[in-house]
Design a protein around this ligand. Structure first.
Ligand code: HEC
Length: 142
């Protein structure tokens, strides 16, 4: 490779790293915003299960910061996806006292796109993945 080719390659790699980084940051930011507005009321601002609505719930709200710790040090992202989406039954997850976010986000997608054609599954997926990223960042042990 000639000198300017090496330089061009280096610039391309740097741009890629930067783009991936910015995308990851965007996702974490979306996850945090979404968490604070939608989940913190029950799970608590820091995920410790101490939200202000707990007094009205029958079930104990789980501490989201110890999910990996309680699962032998493994963060079960796929299982969390199913639990948060909630539209498919999750074996061993009991009778849900948690809202079914897959349905909630489905309705929000309709509001968001104001009647224009859209793919609600994409809207739902982006938000659930962002939430899982954010919950991962809250783990006491990773
Ligand atoms: C109305 C209160 C409430 C809100 C709001 C709420 N949750 Fe929950 N969540 C619960 C309860 C109660 C449980 C335990 C349910 C069960 O065991 O059936 C739970 C369980 C969970 C679990 C399983 C944790 C574990 O250790 O098994 C995850 C993950 C979770 N919630 C994520 C979320 C996310 C993400 C949001 C926001 C989009 C959210 N929750 C909003 C009440 C709530």
């Amino acid at each position: 490779m000639r000198k300017h080719e090496v330089l061009a390659a280096a610039v391309a790699v740097a741009a890629m790293v930067l783009a991936t980084d910015t995308m990851a940051q965007g996702r974490t930011e979306l996850g945090r915003t979404e968490y604070m507005s939608t989940c913190a009321g029950c799970h608590g601002p820091a995920g410790r299960g101490d939200g202000q609505y707990n007094q009205f719930l029958r079930l104990k709200v789980p501490d989201l910061t110890t999910i990996a710790e309680r699962n032998g040090g493994v963060f079960p992202a796929e299982r969390l996806y199913a639990i948060i989406d909630g539209r498919a039954e999750v074996p061993g997850h009991g009778t849900a006292q948690m809202p079914i976010w897959g349905n909630v986000y489905n309705e929000r997608a309709v509001e968001y796109y104001k009647g224009f054609a859209h793919n609600p599954e994409q809207f739902i997926r982006v938000r659930i993945l962002a939430l899982i990223d954010y919950i991962y960042s809250l783990q006491t042990r990773r």
